[in-house]
Design a protein around this ligand. Structure first.
Ligand SMILES: [Mg+2]
Length: 302
């Protein structure tokens, strides 16, 4: 049965939340714990997501409310909604506090990091941009640059957001084309990694090599390409993608969240593992949000 576009929107937001929640249990944790968890021994427990999903939800809400990207509205919403218990980094916390206290994001984003942050915080929440702007790739790139720069003003931080938004939009239409994404890259850090990943083709490249060549860390260029690669390699299984992200280690929740958002966009909510989906925090709210985002996006495209 054909998967509707609306279902792909839901799959993307739920896939992001699920990757985030499953990965968060293992950020930097031992491999045995990973295997244990994925075998489902922790059944019955609510799967709680982290800052990645919290910011993606607020981004989707802002896109719906403002019928597009309104950076001032979005910056305020992120600042108001931030729950520090959800794993926000030190820099993000300071920056969002400044905005909450009334600072303009255009100043706050340079106050903590003078050259702008190149952490993966812009990429981790970018899926809603790919969904909303999927019919207009030029508008998508502009919106992703702007939304990224609110908190991540460094070109590498911005490019991470643009890449994940592009890959999410691409997944709505078909398989990921890493060469096309490489061609559209603005920097060698991204282009060379995407080219390396593309060159691996169908090879089952081991985690140590993926980690060394693409990265698994909190820097945007050391994790966004990794997530895109995982989404292409594990196109047939969400669980295998999460398992591999856990084996990679490093910034597990964000890498699994980015790859999860892309895989969900490609295959819809029905592709996601039911036993985990049943336990994801705020599932109904996320599904409703995805429907609203779909409607808002369709209206804007007309
Ligand atoms: Mg997180």
């Amino acid at each position: 049965m054909a998967i509707s576009l609306e279902d792909r929107f839901a799959g993307s937001l739920l896939g992001l939340a699920l990757g985030d929640a499953l990965g968060a249990k293992h950020e930097g944790g031992p491999l045995e714990q990973a295997a244990w968890w994925l075998m489902g021994i922790g059944k019955g427990e609510l799967l709680r997501w982290t800052d990645d999903t919290q910011m993606a939800i607020a981004l989707a809400e802002s896109l719906i409310t403002r019928r597009g990207l309104d950076p001032d509205h979005l910056a305020r919403l992120w600042a108001e909604r931030a729950d520090w218990e959800r794993g926000y980094g030190t820099g993000a916390r300071k920056l969002l506090r400044m905005i909450r206290d009334g600072a303009d994001w255009r100043e706050a984003n340079r106050a903590i990091f003078p050259d702008g942050s190149f952490g993966n915080g812009a990429a981790m929440r970018a899926a809603p941009l790919g969904l909303f702007f999927h019919t207009d790739l030029a508008a998508l790139a502009r919106a992703a640059e702007l939304a990224s720069s609110i908190t991540h003003a460094h070109p590498l931080g911005i490019e991470g957001g643009v890449l994940i938004a592009r890959a999410t939009a691409m997944a709505l239409a078909g398989p990921l084309d890493l060469d096309l994404l490489a061609r559209d890259s603005s920097s060698d850090e991204y282009r060379s990694r995407l080219t390396t990943a593309s060159g691996w083709g169908e090879e089952p490249t081991p985690p140590a090599i993926v980690r060394r060549a693409l990265g698994a860390w909190v820097e945007a260029h050391e994790s966004a390409v990794t997530a895109v690669y995982l989404a292409r390699r594990f196109d047939g299984s969400f669980q295998e993608m999460v398992k591999f992200a856990i084996r990679l280690g490093g910034d597990t929740d964000t890498i699994a969240a980015m790859a999860g958002g892309i895989l969900g966009a490609r295959h819809g909510a029905g592709f996601l593992p039911g036993e985990f989906l049943a336990r994801i925090e705020a599932r109904e709210e996320i599904e409703r949000l995805a429907r609203d985002l779909f409607r808002a996006s369709s209206r804007t495209a007309c």
